[in-house]
Ligand binder design. Structure first.
Ligand code: FAD
Length: 591
């Protein structure tokens, strides 16, 4: 079984030494009690729960999968999932970052991200059950009526109920404007929801007494397309306005999907047969309400990618230190043994260092991004909140797409380092590769993230987020311009930042002539941007080393990985730049 040890030292390095996250949070209103003692207590306890409870269930959950009982339309989660969920609720993990007024602990998002990474490393499939409760909480807080908050928030925050996001329909995936589910107003102010949703994560399960579905549907007078979508709350068991649970609502699972990976997570077809629901927010403004959930959910999927990279890397590294095959080309490194450990081979180290670069760089990137969410939510200064919000909006599609695509790449590298043994189920490496694949698809495919980044965040919103990030990089490069030790990193970073600004303008000019140019460049633009952001993160990591808590060998590993990143990964930008410059012309029309 693959091991999992929470990377607490690197988490502390990234959060305290590099990003100053503890000081930053303590300086925000309401953050006075936050400090290293509190954060350490949370992550130490989370490490224990994830290493001891969730991680051992991961492989079994994959082998056993979920079972659907047609007669009762019920879903049985794999053995042990239910007990683990009970421990999760008892430990207060469900409400870690939720408001205290509703039974949560009110901790900042960035602390929640540290815990979430551990859950996703330990057991990605299990982690999908509590995953979407956060979205439901956010939507209710931002758009719900008082009685809806009173009735639904507490059980969601306490983890007694879980939430879902019911968007997708057979004909409506990326394009939610095509959805057909109907909502008929009733005299008592409720609605009757009718339609079929597919691919609904945790749509049905046996972990909690009730499930709260957030459903996108159309009112009878809805305009066509995405301007005619409204959001409804539809509980599995009906709930009155005093919060008492009543009869079963007319919503049920019709089937569960058989999938490539993530087998312990129930992916359900959900039938709404005139189920009682309540409007959240304004009629026809469902997409606005959904966007409230979207940022958190997309960052959450980026963290899923990170979690998989971390665990695959840990096992890959162990294996490469132990597995003996052939000699180093320059002569035996372990002459007393029958062959050298494969870690001596540069090609094996290429695969290991790629994983490390994305694991540690990705961790710092998601923490930096989550801190923007905390500033956006808590800072007293309006301009500070505005800036954080723009940076957050810009970095979210990068975190989501870059880290999930990196998870596909890195879990394949991890598998490859095991040779044929990686392909054999027993070692667990093939599970990581299969599980990783979904992360590039749900919550908006990589292509959709790319359109969001280039089409919306850069072109439509005038690139405010990009400008802030470029300013931050320019400030960093200026600060270390005369630091000889940083020259190998700061020089290429500054050159890349300059070209990034230029290509953005170039694409803007092309798009003004033909909007299809955006679609032709978007995915390359996303990766190009992501690799530069990660280069900045790695350069910052190196500058944080002298005052850090890391020991000398860990510091050297950081310097080596930064060097590797700049030599071996950052140059991928050249291909993306050439592809962008070839424009629409390079992608001929196909019949
Ligand atoms: C395991 C699993 C769990 C899921 N969980 C949920 C859930 O809980 N709730 C929920 O509502 N949904 C869920 N989904 C659905 C998921 O979000 C969708 O599958 C996803 O959004 C893509 O939609 P689609 O499958 O219809 O693909 P399509 O939208 O048909 O896309 C097909 C391809 O076309 C590309 N494409 C489409 N439009 C464009 C464009 N304009 N420009 C460029 N490329 C484009 C896409 O990138 C993709 O490569 C889940 C799916 C799976 C498999």
């Amino acid at each position: 079984m693959p091991r999992y040890t929470a990377p607490l030292d690197d988490m502390r390095f990234a959060f305290y030494d590099m990003l100053g996250g503890d000081t930053l949070l303590a300086g925000l209103p309401g953050g006075e009690a936050i400090g290293r003692e509190l954060i350490d207590a949370v992550i130490n306890e989370a490490a224990r729960f994830n290493e001891q409870v969730l991680a051992p269930l991961n492989q079994r959950g994959d082998q056993e999968g979920c079972r659907f009982d047609k007669d009762t339309a019920s879903v049985h989660t794999p053995d042990g999932f239910r007990q683990a969920y009970a421990q999760y609720v008892e430990g207060g993990w469900a409400g870690l970052t939720a408001p205290e007024a509703y039974g949560g602990q009110g901790l900042p998002h960035a602390i929640g991200v540290l815990v979430k990474e551990m859950i996703d490393s330990a057991n990605l499939a299990w982690g999908t059950y509590p995953l979407l409760s956060q979205g439901a909480v956010d939507a209710l807080l931002a758009h719900g009526e008082d009685w809806q908050r009173d009735v639904f928030l507490k059980p969601l925050v306490e983890g007694r109920w879980t939430g879902t996001m019911c968007l997708t329909e057979p004909q409506a995936g990326s394009d939610l404007g095509l959805l057909k589910t109907r909502a008929e107003p009733q005299e008592d102010g409720s609605y009757r929801i009718a339609g079929t949703k597919i691919f609904i994560t945790a749509g049905e399960h046996d972990l909690t007494d009730n499930i709260v579905h957030l459903v996108l549907a159309r009112l009878p007078d809805a305009p066509a397309g995405s301007r005619g979508i409204s959001m409804f709350i539809v509980p599995k068991f009906r709930v009155d306005r005093a919060g008492a649970m009543g009869q079963r609502n007319a919503v049920s699972a019709g089937a569960i999907e058989h999938k490539m990976g993530l087998k312990g997570s129930a992916t359900c077809v959900m039938n709404f047969d005139g189920a009682e629901g309540f409007l959240i927010g304004k009629p026809h403004k469902g997409l606005t309400a959904m966007f409230t959930m979207m940022n958190a959910a997309r960052l959450a999927v980026g963290i899923q990618g990170l979690g998989l990279i971390e665990r695959a890397f840990q096992n890959s590294l162990d294996y490469c230190r132990e597995r003996l095959q052939m000699r180093a080309l320059s002569g035996a490194v372990a002459p007393d043994r029958p062959a050298d450990p494969i870690i001596v081979h540069p090609d094996v180290r290429r695969m290991l260092l790629t994983q490390r670069a994305f694991a540690e760089g990705g961790r710092a990137l998601v923490l930096h991004t989550a801190l923007q969410a905390d500033i956006e939510e808590r800072a007293s200064d309006e301009s500070q909140r505005q800036r954080a919000s723009e940076v957050l909006g810009f970095l979210i599609p990068i975190c989501k797409a870059l880290l999930t695509e990196a998870a596909v790449e890195c879990t394949y590298h991890a598998l490859q380092t095991y040779g044929g043994h990686g392909y054999i189920a027993e070692h667990g490496m093939e599970q990581f590769a299969r599980d990783a694949r979904i992360t590039t698809l749900y919550e908006g495919t990589t292509g959709i993230q790319a359109l969001d980044l280039l089409g919306r965040k850069v072109m439509q919103l005038n690139g405010a987020g990009l400008r802030h990030v470029l300013d931050d990089i320019a400030g960093f490069c200026q600060r270390y311009a005369t630091d000889e030790a940083m020259g190998a990193l700061v020089g290429p970073l500054a050159v890349h930042a300059k070209t990034w600004g230029e290509i953005t303008q170039e694409l803007g000019r092309r798009a003004a002539k033909n909007p299809d140019e955006i679609g032709a460049a978007a995915t390359d633009y996303l990766f190009y941007s992501g690799y530069i952001v990660l280069a900045w993160i790695w350069a910052r990591s190196v500058t944080a080393l002298p005052d850090s808590s890391l020991g000398e060998s860990a510091r050297q590993a950081k310097r080596d990985t930064a060097h590797f990143y700049f030599q071996r990964i950052l140059p991928r930008t050249h291909t993306h730049l050439a592809a962008m410059r070839s424009g629409l012309d390079g992608i001929p029309a196909m019949s």
